[in-house]
Design a protein around this ligand. Structure first.
Ligand code: DP6
Length: 366
């Protein structure tokens, strides 16, 4: 699909007031996106599990402006108010304003409405869990609900594609938060229909062992992100190992596609952990350099390795661009691993906090 296919045509009807609410999840990448070009085009393909319990619920009230028809092109501005967990949040507005700027050519109807955006997360505030993926995908779904009312002939397939396309323009990983349980973003020969413009559901049959995969998110450091994703991605420009990394990531995506279909858990464990450590190795080798893991991140990793060896388990870890640890394990190990987490890993978390989650199906209208 070409970007021009995402430009909404002129609305066929006027709607004075309408409101939509969507719940969209966070996701956890197995093969990571790290490095991009303008406009939000990934340097390599990535794949993630969509999560279930970590989500954002967003309502947007759309009120048609009185003067919507008569405002000249040059006076057009996007009008919105933003409330997060019941409070007006001026500090979140610039990011959203930038998002609207990036998508306005594709959703020109946003100029005709005053939007009130009310958002809340299921996970604790400033838990170090990236909320941009769930936050921006929820806004994208609300916009697509409005677009559907204005045009009425949009298919569900197109709505999901365009929502992912819009969400990507806000935050790359958000493109993987519309559907589930496995989503690929980035053009790759091994995945049919894959695209740099939007995420697609992993199109092949996955071995049953990967059904309802578990992800426990251990909150090691709940503080503000040390490196924003924009800064982080930029570090991959002029990085001495960047080209090798992008090549490696694309090869890993192909390997992962095979692993998921064959159900090779041992290969899954080593590929997922290698991806996480490579992401952090890229940060350590960049200029300026960063260590985003904390001592407790490493303690947890070592405990996971011990547990795996002693119990012949298929538990493994992955990391985002931060200190928190995602513990991944098949559903048949849920009972034993949850006990292990509570007894042995919770002590390494801030206030012993962790979130039990599992792979989910994506956006839900409320
Ligand atoms: C390490 O999607 O947050 O989580 O496109 O700049 O918003 P922007 O970046 P973002 O980057 C996520 C990076 C990652 C890996 C991943 O989710 O693939």
């Amino acid at each position: 699909m070409k970007t021009s296919e995402f430009i909404a045509k002129k609305a066929v009807k006027n709607i004075e007031y309408v409101s939509f609410t969507w719940q969209t999840p966070s996701n956890i990448a197995l093969v990571k996106y790290w490095g991009k070009t303008n406009p939000q085009i990934p340097k390599n393909a990535s794949i993630s599990f969509t999560l279930n319990n970590c989500h954002t619920i967003t309502t947007i009230d759309f009120k048609r402006k009185h003067n919507a028809e008569i405002v000249s092109e040059s006076d057009k501005s996007v009008a919105f108010n933003l409330f997060f967990e019941g409070k007006k949040k001026e500090e979140f507005k610039p990011k959203i304003a930038e998002f609207f700027k990036r998508i306005q050519a594709y959703c020109p109807y946003i100029f005709d409405y005053e939007m009130t955006i009310k958002s809340e997360n299921s996970f604790p505030h400033s838990s170090g869990i990236a909320s941009s993926a769930s936050g921006l995908s929820a806004i994208a779904m609300c916009l697509m609900s409005l677009e559907k009312q204005l045009h009425s002939d949009l298919s569900e397939e197109f709505i999901n594609k365009k929502a992912s396309f819009l969400a990507r323009l806000g935050s790359g990983s958000a493109s993987r938060s519309i559907e589930g349980p496995l989503v690929v973003w980035g053009k790759h020969a091994a995945v049919e229909e894959s695209s740099d413009l939007f995420g697609v559901k992993f199109p092949y049959k996955v071995a049953p062992v990967f059904n309802n995969y578990q992800d426990a998110i251990l909150l090691v450091d709940k503080g503000e992100k040390q490196v924003s994703s924009t800064v982080g991605h930029n570090l991959m420009n002029n990085h001495p190992y960047a080209d090798a990394r992008f090549k490696d990531a694309n090869e890993n995506l192909e390997k992962m596609a095979t692993i998921l279909q064959k159900g090779d858990l041992k290969a899954f464990v080593s590929l997922v952990e290698s991806e996480a450590l490579t992401l952090h190795a890229m940060m350590m080798a960049s200029s300026p350099y960063f260590i985003l893991m904390k001592p407790n991140t490493l303690k947890i990793i070592n405990k996971i390795w011990e547990y795996r060896a002693e119990n012949d388990s298929n538990i493994c870890f992955t990391l985002d661009a931060g200190a928190n640890v995602h513990v991944l394990y098949p559903e048949n190990e849920k009972k034993s691993v949850n006990t292990f987490i509570e007894k042995e890993l919770a002590v390494f978390c801030q206030n012993k906090q962790y979130i039990l989650d599992n792979a989910g199906l994506g956006a839900i209208e409320k």
